[in-house]
Design a protein around this ligand. Sequence first.
Ligand code: NAP
Length: 260
Amino acid sequence: MIRRRNYPRRRHLVEEVVLITGATSGIGAGLAIRFHARGAHVIITGRNLSRLNALAAEHPGMTPTIMDVVEPESVRRAMDKIAASNPHITTLINNAGIQRPLDFSSHVRPVIADIADEVATNFTGLVDVTSAALPLLHRAPYARVVHVSSGLGFVPLTGAPVYSATKAAVHSFTISLRHQLRHSNIGVVELIPPVVDTPLHRAMSAAPPMAMPLEKFLDRTMAGLDSGRDDIAIGLGRMSVIGSRLAPSILLKLINRDTH
Ligand SMILES: NC(=O)c1ccc[n+]([C@@H]2O[C@H](COP(=O)([O-])OP(=O)(O)OC[C@H]3O[C@@H](n4cnc5c(N)ncnc54)[C@H](OP(=O)(O)O)[C@@H]3O)[C@@H](O)[C@H]2O)c1
């Protein structure tokens, strides 16, 4: 699964421009801070302007831009604005995501609008942002798209069935996109996190056990990105990728042990 791509490690002659979706919290905000600390121009996007502005105020040089990934018009406006003031994008990090617990065994039917919103945020929006960013990525000598999927795309968390399905879709889309762009200047990276200690799990009844501290996750993500690997599977994420092939039912029980 881990293939190496001829992605240059030393790119100091090229202005590094990093665009991150969902940069107001958790992993997105953490990666924004890491890239900014390295001297990259970081464009932080999200749907909450005051939170974007607060992050930019703490890290002068970051550019806040409103972009709601589920609204195609918002994506188009943001990309137009970014194209007007940047020569290119070198790294797009498709990070925005939401997770909802949904129970199809309950008498209360899940709300279709909630399902559609989760699919739009985690999958359709990611596809739209990637598609909209391609012209700017093509303008860079070397570029990469990073899709944040999840170990749950390989072994589902049954209490978050739509979330897990969207992450499986992200995995599949990533493979196709990588193949389509294989002769281009753009690499396509799948970041497969374990459970990480962020606000993502706010709707779950209890914080998930074994969550990796955010800073440790960011250390490993940056090292993975620096290595030029196509697939960066970390901790339980890596265990899920391997386990889904070697022992799928054991992994399914392990991930869902509280519900068996
Ligand atoms: N934490 C984990 O255990 C874990 C594990 C595997 C994968 N991941 C993935 O990692 C990514 C980041 O999650 P996180 O853990 O950092 O969660 P988080 O702290 O909740 O951050 C999610 C971010 O996505 C943004 N977002 C949500 N809907 C959006 C929309 N329509 N348009 C633009 N931005 C939107 C949120 O912005 P608002 O502030 O506006 O809501 C927030 O900035 C997600 O794709 C998630 O699925 C996380």
